[in-house]
Design a protein around this ligand. Structure first.
Ligand code: BG6
Length: 296
């Protein structure tokens, strides 16, 4: 069966290859596994909580309506880090296509985590569409402001944990020449390095990256992941390295930082602002491509 629903998960299997499948946890509408022709593409902690007691450590958690911790906004500042979407059980809306298998999940204040909704009492509707291609995984989000009078101000981000063999052999390309905010240095600067490489904890927000830049994760010269972004101008690159991994109880094994890199397409440098009745949409497309150095 191409689409299988359990009490807690939805599993899509590609009709042309049963080793290509995606598993989505209803909690957070979190993609927790994407297997492409028998090979897992995403990193998931072996200690990740799947019972709704905390956001999933790994896969593709969804960040909304705030990235990180906000200090200024009356309501957003009350929310925990990365908002409420990853801490809410989404409604499974069903299948929209059989091939490629495509499903939708919905979230609004009536379904979202009630404790967090009290802190951020705005009207909104989210529809996440997950499409499993024979060679790709597309996650598309639509956000609507369902209020008749209030502005809806939010960040969005796909917090994608990509599986790699060894972070010390890995580079992330096509971000050169972009201004970034370095969360470790708490400073902004223009990245002049041809590629991002990893030797210590790294936490950077690349801002306003041209939409035609394909971000590639390269392992020993070979591209292992390619990310296309639509309407998501910013890209966070994160690896917790040794000390930060030790501090995260749900990050296991502790050496797992070697096998993951987060490349997170988002709209986080500033807020999307929707007037009553307006809708905004964006997507992330994960696939395989040849090496494309668009900038060095
Ligand atoms: C990244 C942030 O997106 O998420 C990091 O840039 C943060 O600063 C990381 O540490 C993980 O966040 P969390 O809330 O899932 O531990």
């Amino acid at each position: 069966m191409a689409i299988e629903e359990t009490a807690t998960e939805v599993i899509l299997t590609h009709p042309e290859n049963s080793s290509t499948f995606v598993k989505i946890l209803k909690y957070g509408a979190t993609v927790i596994s994407w297997n492409l022709k028998g090979k897992e593409q995403l990193w998931l902690s072996s200690a990740a909580k799947m019972d709704g007691s905390k956001p999933v450590r790994g896969g593709i958690p969804l960040v909304f309506p705030v990235f990180g911790k906000n200090q200024d906004d009356e309501f957003l500042s009350k929310l925990p880090q990365h908002g409420l979407a990853r801490n809410s059980t989404w409604e499974f809306l069903g299948q929209v296509s059989a091939n490629p298998p495509t499903v939708q999940f919905g979230l609004g204040p009536e379904f979202a985590n009630p404790e967090l909704t009290k802190l951020w009492p705005l009207d909104y509707s989210l529809v996440l569409t997950v499409e499993l291609g024979s060679e790709h995984l597309k996650t598309h989000i639509e956000v609507s402001n369902t209020s008749s009078e209030q502005l809806l101000k939010f960040n969005w981000l796909f917090h994608t944990y990509l599986r790699i063999d060894d972070v010390e052999d890995t580079m992330v390309s096509n971000l050169s020449g972009t201004t970034l905010y370095d969360q470790m240095l708490q400073d902004s600067y223009l990245d002049r390095q041809p590629v991002v490489s990893f030797h210590e904890e790294l936490d950077r927000i690349y801002k306003q990256v041209d939409s035609d830049r394909l971000v590639q994760v390269i392992d020993k010269g070979k591209p292992v992941h390619t990310i296309r972004r639509h309407n998501l101008p910013d890209a966070v690159v994160w690896n917790p390295w040794i000390e930060k991994s030790k501090g995260m109880a749900d990050f296991e094994p502790k050496t797992g930082y070697k096998e993951m890199v987060c490349v997170e397409p988002g709209h986080v440098h500033d807020f999307v602002q929707l007037q009553p009745g307006q809708t905004w949409e964006a997507y992330q497309l994960l696939y395989k491509d040849e090496l494309k150095y668009q900038v060095i």
